[in-house]
Design a protein around this ligand. Structure first.
Ligand code: MG
Length: 419
């Protein structure tokens, strides 16, 4: 069996006031995050990403490459949610590079941003990850040379970062776990000061991964320390040489030391010519269970909303007019979102059976909570009119006792009676 043995180091450098890098050593998972954002936001972003990645990877089932990608997405969401929730954190983000020993056994590597992962294999140092920054993409497209890139004024502009949007494309690489291979995860503070050649030479000089990591960081500080610097050196070793790995990668595959053909670039290697961000075929899309859950939740919300609207539109009655007839409708006057009221009942009365003052309310529609109360309302209008008529019609000649409201109607009109 193979296992991993690692050492790490970090330093604030000589220029910055705080260290916005975070890292994780949680065998079999190792990660570096380089935060960005004003004030404390960069530190928060990288720390949140590291925490969420570690929890996401550790919390469910056996370690696989897919789970590492999922954990990176979880980390993205954690940082994004926090930046939305707290105005002072708005716009924060972080890089994330991580390596894990997963089922296969394989080494799975995920990357977002411009932190890096190198491998020292057969005495040769090679960068596995691609920097998601403008200048690196210009080099990949052949627009500038790697030499021009080193001093390019826009080399700090990242084209992809974790936590800036709800979803982020995650680069995934897989490597065979060859005993003797040495991996280095680092923030950009290391390659900014230390050439690949010198990184390789330090890695050859120090066999203990803790000493190698410490020396890489110390060298970057000596050479300027213009940024925070973090490095993790991860050695692939025989199980006997390391503490028992916390992996249950017990497949029937030949274990250890039986390397696959020399470093095939794996299916995850991207094409040489880079497309604009997020469009390369190797990128894993996060369309998974979460999308299905999202659609289901959306569906439930839509059904509930439609139900509520129908209930609202139909739960009441009103007294209105059809021509001059007074009728009862179910629904709301004018309808609700295309749900028109429906005719419920003819009351047998017309506008001639009520006081003229009551007609405008009927024209607009008088809402009542039930059919019975609507009926009662109509009856009360009719009763009011009849009382007024009774007062207006006595054989005496004076009408001075009439309520004022009846004066709008000619007192001489005969009371209308229902058939
Ligand atoms: Mg940095």
């Amino acid at each position: 069996m193979v296992a991993l043995r690692a050492g790490s180091a970090t330093d604030v450098g000589r220029v910055r006031n705080n260290n916005q890098d975070s890292f994780l050593e949680a065998d079999p998972l190792y990660a570096v995050a380089d935060g960005m954002g004003g004030a404390a936001a960069g530190e928060v972003a990288s720390a949140l990403a590291i925490e969420a990645l570690g929890n996401g990877f550790a919390n469910s089932g056996p370690p696989t490459a897919d789970r590492l990608v999922e954990a990176a997405q979880t980390a993205n969401r954690a940082v994004f949610d926090e930046s939305i929730a707290k105005p002072e954190m708005r716009g924060m983000g972080t890089t994330l590079v991580a390596i894990a020993l997963v089922e296969g056994p394989d080494l799975a590597i995920v990357n977002i941003g411009d932190s890096r992962l190198y491998v020292l294999r057969d005495d040769e140092l090679r960068q596995i990850t691609l920097d998601h920054n403008l200048v690196a993409e210009m080099v990949a497209e052949g627009r500038i040379t790697p030499e021009e890139a080193e001093f390019h004024p826009r080399r700090n502009i990242m084209t992809r970062a974790l936590g800036v949007e709800p979803e982020v494309p995650v680069d995934l690489f897989t490597e065979p776990p060859n005993v003797g291979d040495r991996y280095v995860l680092c923030s950009d503070g290391l390659p900014r000061e230390v050439s690949d050649e010198l990184i390789g030479s330090i890695l050859r000089r120090f066999s203990d991964p803790r000493e190698a990591a410490a020396e890489l960081v110390a060298e970057a500080v000596r050479r300027g320390g213009n940024d925070n610097i973090t490095a993790i050196v991860v050695d692939v070793v025989d199980d006997d040489d390391a503490l028992p790995a916390a992996t249950d990668a017990t497949s029937a595959l030949p274990a250890v030391g039986e390397p696959l053909p020399p470093a095939p670039e794996t299916t995850e290697e991207p094409p040489k010519a880079k497309k604009p961000r997020g469009e390369r075929p190797k990128t894993r899309s996060p369309l998974t269970i979460r999308v299905v859950v999202f659609v289901l939740v959306l569906l439930i919300i839509v059904v509930a909303a439609v139900g509520a609207i129908i209930w609202y539109a139909r739960s009441t009655y009103y007294v209105g007019l059809r021509g001059r007839e007074i009728v009862i409708f179910q629904g709301r006057p004018g309808g609700v979102l295309g749900l028109d009221p429906t005719f419920k009942k003819d009351t047998g009365y017309s506008t001639a059976d009520v006081l003229p003052a009551a007609v405008p309310a009927l024209t607009a529609g008088q809402e009542e909570s039930s059919e019975a109360s609507a009926t009662a309302y109509v009856q009360s209008l009719v009763d009011s009119y009849r009382q007024a008529q009774a007062l207006a019609a006595p054989p005496t000649t004076t009408t001075t006792t009439l309520p004022t409201s009846t004066t709008t109607r000619p007192a001489a009109a005969p009371p209308t009676t229902k058939p």
